[in-house]
Structure formats: C-alpha cells, structure tokens
Design a protein around this ligand. Structure first.
Ligand SMILES: [Zn+2]
Length: 270
C-alpha cells in the first residue's frame, strides 16, 4: 500500500491519532505526525532501556570512566537543557541523564525523555571541541524533542495493524517480536528518516546557538564526520544520516538565522 494511503487509513481509525505538531524557535517547523502511542508509555520504555544499557556498561567497567569528559558533557547538556523550553515547555523538567560508554564507536543518542548517551570514541577520535559537542548533542536532543522515535514506533504499529495483526496491538497489550524490534530500533539503534535528520539539524543548531555555543561548529563537526566515514571504521552516528556535503550546505544556509542568537547568548565561561 502506498504510504500516503496507509497514513490516511490509519488516521481514520478511531483509536489512532495524527497530530500536527508545531515547533517554536527561530528555525521552527510544522508538520503532521502519526502518534499512536502515548509519550509517557514510550518514555517509560526508554528509561528502562537506558537503565539496562548503563547497568550493562557498568558491569563491563566501561561506564563513565573518563570523569573529565563526563563533566564536559554534563556541562554542555545543562546549558542545552535550559534552551529546550523554546521548543517544548515540558522538556526542561524531563528526567534528564547524561552518561558515557567507553568505546571506540563513534556514536551518541538521546532517547525519549532526555536520556543521553555518548560513546567516548566520538569525542576522543574526532577531537570534538565543546562547540562541536553542543551541536551533536543538540541534534540528538532535537530527535527527542520532536518525538521522532514515538513517530517511528507509531508507524510500526500502523503497519502491523493494517496487515491484520489486529487492533489489539494499538493498546500494546500484546507486542509481537517484530514490533518489539521496531521499538528497540527506534529507541536505541537511531535510524531516522531524512526529514527527521533535517529537523534535528535545524533545531540542534539553534539549541547550540542559544546555549552560547558557536553554531559554525556544525560545519567543522560534519567535515570531521565525513573524513571519519572514509576510514575503515565509519561513524555509527553517520549511518542513518544523509550525505555530508549537502548537510554542510544546509547548515551553512541556516547560519544567518542562528548567528544572531549566538551573538546575543551568554557564552560558557564568560
Ligand atoms: Zn540524527
């Protein structure tokens, strides 16, 4: 079934919900999102997955080993968190967490509800500055603000409901293994659509600028990502992301709207 038709069918289901979400800020955007699962339910699942991940890392002795890096990341996160209110009033009060897994992986993500994880390789191997950390963290936070995982899980539920697995799934009373996998993918594996990536880039850049981090770091960050992707170990964080060159162009075209926010912001350490 063609995707627009599928969405139309789902939107007509009485239990289903298509909601038009509007995001504030200077780079604001508006589009219709399919949301079939309550935010609270996904946040609960996200908190459980995150707790499992940190417990496993702790058991392996790879959790928060680099204390100096942890302090850097948490300081950047504290500044970004304050700015999330521009996009969502409820976000500053989320139960935020920031941790590091010691790993060569070039990866980072923010689960629904503000559960941030950085893999040490991303910062260490790409020699990220605080401004570059702010841009990449802002990008990951933006996925959570825009509830891209919730949308992705909703699409998985919709696909299963339409192919006849049953409307019972809409209540998530029984979760099939396919659906459980989709939820896991949406929470942990961070494979987002191109639209999601563009939204996250835009909002992430504005969050960084408002927090007093130079948004021009978005250009150097993606240059580093492109260079790393040519190597033997391409960045995991890069896998779901569109080509670097067009992305850098997009970031450059956004700079005129976010640079005034950076100029007006209080810079860290000043
Ligand atoms: Zn992304």
């Amino acid at each position: 079934m063609a995707k627009p038709l599928l969405l139309l069918v789902i939107c007509l289901l009485p239990l289903a919900g298509c909601q038009t979400t509007t995001t504030g800020g200077t780079v604001g955007m508006q589009r219709s999102q399919l949301m079939l699962i309550p935010s609270q339910q996904l946040e609960k699942m996200s908190a459980q997955s995150y707790a499992k991940l940190t417990a496993e890392a702790s058991k392996k002795g790879t959790l928060n080993e680099d204390h100096a890096l942890l302090l850097r990341l948490r300081a950047v996160a504290d500044r970004l968190k304050l700015q999330t209110a521009v996009f969502r009033k409820d976000a500053p009060a989320w139960n935020w967490e920031v941790n590091i897994i010691g790993s060569k992986e070039l990866n980072a993500f923010c689960m629904p509800g503000g559960k941030i994880m950085f893999y040490s390789g991303l910062v260490d191997q790409l020699h990220l500055t605080d401004d570059e950390i702010a841009v990449v963290m802002g990008h990951e936070i933006a996925h959570a603000l825009r509830e891209h995982s919730r949308e992705q899980v909703s699409q998985a539920i919709a696909a299963q409901a339409v192919i006849g697995v049953g409307a019972a799934l809409l209540g998530l009373g029984q979760i099939s293994s396919d659906l459980a996998n989709s939820i896991y993918e949406a929470l942990v594996a961070t494979k987002f659509s191109r639209t999601d990536e563009t939204e996250a880039d835009r909002i992430g850049l504005e969050l960084a600028a408002r927090a007093g981090h130079d948004p021009r770091a978005g250009v150097t960050l993606w240059q580093k990502m492109i260079n790393a992707s040519k190597g033997a170990r391409p960045p995991e964080i890069f896998s779901g992301h569109p080509e670097g060159a067009s992305r850098i162009q997009q970031i450059q075209s956004l700079l005129p709207s976010v640079m005034p926010l950076f100029a007006a912001a209080h810079r860290p350490g000043q």
